[in-house]
Ligand binder design. Structure first.
Ligand code: PMV
Length: 331
């Protein structure tokens, strides 16, 4: 099934012409505590396993979507118009193809990120989630959140988790059309939870997640162990969230992240995102913990480290990791 066919299924019976002159939407970025790595369908971004993330509250993407009186889409990032050949403009236009009323219909898309991409947080998740919400408002679809999660997923897998605040679980699903592969928020709030962003490099990553996942699924000898590992970690993490057990949440997120990076390293040819500074930071986290500071870490497909702790540890974290930026997921 193509992504356009999946979108058509979701939008069956909904209006395909704009209901208002323009629409605006916001979606938060998210960081996975149990990771998504590997697809069962590359066209529809269907994951081989489920995942669970925490949304980053005020850090995310604002999007304004309107019809454009132009021969092609006009895409703006932070008020600068992007050439259509840039990767951002190409990915945005490819997603807009899924909802375009006619091939000649052009959009004006204005995106503004409050998520600091230079801080090593991905903006694609919040960007596609905000785009799905803006399209919903522009066309007056009034789609349920699970359909918006599926639409966002067609842009970027992790975007499926950016439709809601707080903890969000994306179930992998089993259907070939992906209609059961969407994310739903957990009811639990954890106001004292903090994520600390440690930026170690803002260079573009050597292998993108799409290519990296494909390679791991095809060649990593341990990949078959991943789905069961994820299911175990998800069960533990859900308990940690309900019990507000930071030690259990931190240990599970850290172990799951290292398991994902082990998959990457055992991929052929290997994928290694860690830099010497990454390993130094990991060792500093372990040393802090040995000294009684309750702090854990996670990392995505890059060298930057995100600390996991609670607000009472903030002074200790600021003195041990002065370059880290604290993020408050439940403001
Ligand atoms: O959604 P993508 O294609 O950017 O992949 C995200 C992959 C990781 O960030 C490494 C893990 C995750 O669950 O977000």
């Amino acid at each position: 099934m193509t992504a356009r066919e999946a979108a058509d299924l979701l939008l069956a019976g909904r209006p395909r012409t704009p209901a208002v002159p323009a629409a605006e939407a916001y979606a938060p970025a998210n960081i996975a505590l149990v990771k998504y790595w590997g697809k069962r369908d590359e066209t529809l971004n269907l994951p081989a396993a489920s995942s669970l993330s925490i949304s980053l509250g005020p850090l995310g993407s604002h999007v304004r979507l309107a019809p454009a009186d132009a021969p092609a889409d006009r895409i703006f990032l932070d008020d600068a118009e992007l050439p259509p050949t840039t990767s951002f403009a190409r990915r945005a236009s490819a997603w807009l193809d899924l909802v375009r009323p006619t091939p000649a219909f052009a959009f004006e898309l204005r995106a503004h990120n409050t998520v600091p991409t230079a801080a090593g947080f991905a903006s694609s998740a919040s960007g596609f989630a905000a785009l799905a919400k803006a399209a919903d408002a522009l066309f007056g679809w009034d789609l349920p959140q699970q359909s918006l999660s599926i639409l966002a997923r067609l842009g970027s897998g992790s975007a499926a988790r950016s439709l809601a605040d707080g903890f969000v679980e994306w179930r992998a699903g089993t259907r070939p059309d992906g209609m059961d592969s969407y994310a739903t928020p957990l009811p639990d709030r954890w106001p004292s939870l903090r994520i600390g962003a440690c930026v170690l490099s803002s260079k573009e990553k050597p292998v993108g997640s799409r290519e990296g996942m494909r390679r791991s699924v095809q060649t990593c000898p341990f990949y078959p162990l991943w789905p069961a590992t994820v299911e175990r970690d998800l069960a533990t993490l859900r308990t940690a969230i309900v019990d507000r057990d930071i030690a259990l949440l931190g240990a599970t997120a850290e172990a799951n992240c290292l398991a994902m990076h082990s998959l990457m390293m055992a991929t052929r040819p290997p994928i290694l995102y860690a830099l010497p500074e990454t390993l130094e930071t990991i060792r500093a986290v372990w040393a802090a913990r040995a000294d009684g500071v309750p702090v854990w870490f996670t990392m995505d497909a890059g060298p930057n480290v995100k600390l996991i702790y609670e607000s009472p540890s903030a002074p200790a974290i600021q003195s041990l990791f002065p370059a880290s930026t604290p993020v408050v997921p439940f403001p």
